[in-house]
Write a protein that binds this ligand. Sequence first.
Ligand SMILES: [Zn+2]
Length: 386
Amino acid sequence: MIDAVIILSHRLEYGRWSDEYRNRLNLAIRLFKEKKIKNIILCSETANEDVKNFCIKEGIPAENIFLEKRSKDTIGEAFFTKKDFVIPNNWKSLAIVSSDYHLPRAKEIFEFIYPKLRINLFSIKNGEDKKRNNDQTNSLRKFRYLVRDLKRGDDARIEKRLFEEHNLYKNGGKKNILAIGAHFDDIELGCGGTIAKHIENGDNVTFLCITTSEYSGHDGKEIRKKKEAMQEGINGARVLGIKKGDFICFNGKAKKVKYGQELIEKINKIIDERKIDTIYTHWEKDVHHDHFAVGKSTITAGRHIPRILAYRSNWYTSSNVFEGRFYVDISKQIDKKVLSIRQHKGELSRRGEKWIDFVKHQNRNSGVEVGTEYAEVFEIVKYLAP
Ligand SMILES: [Zn+2]
């Protein structure tokens, strides 16, 4: 009898298990009932109470089900199951369950991590698919490069390599995000949903507003007061989930932001100090001069950063076309986003409800374009897939 079977995960679709994953699960449950295996290990995002309860309902005792939550891909599934369960329980035999197209790659990875164990392989049929096979070949190439000079089963060095080089595990798998806006309300309007989502996912987000955001009309009459703008900015950021220490204002003057060394160096300092890897900023062709000055300065400051996405805030149209091609599903964050915009009470009273309507409709339209409820859309300056 095999000590444990590892059911390799398959991505959740809108939080639901895929049919493919369900088939893997059913195969493992059958193996348990046929007394071929003693324990079941669930992995990564499918290592949750829902799946566990399903197994219990199917007759697997709770004490024979183990949840391995640290992994984010097949390499992690092999490594963390070993570290967290196989070694502590002194298990001597192992099986993996996956889909036919995934098994050759999984086999190579598991044999690298577990050189002393015989790995029994079980698979469900999924049929031939050229694209999927190409993906598997590419992933395997990446794996071979990751472990290029390491010895099989050298856990300490494999772990070090995972945390130093593998994008999913580096920095604990967290991203260091910088959201930049010229004025208080720009970030909320342009990328509030995406920022809230990053925070919900555990990423570190720095919220940077360049100006104190008070402004007057051309007649010199004060429209937005400094103190009011600042307080509304703090409230808006708080709704998105920004922590106090991650809220920064450069105290610049609205309508007077300039593209140039001073601003670029200040942004550079934040990028270096906070090890930023992803930036959201203004679209550099925005018609508001503060917006385009900030957008352009960010692109210069972020020239060594792997990901910069540009957003449009407010309803200013331009003689340039906004080439939004990068979508983020914010269906679950839209209410938070709207609430964060509502914190800007002064602006809301001047602009009226149509301000909120405009943003909501824009996000709704973007959502329809990609088959989801609400989405934010960005122009890509550059984007290295994490
Ligand atoms: Zn603005």
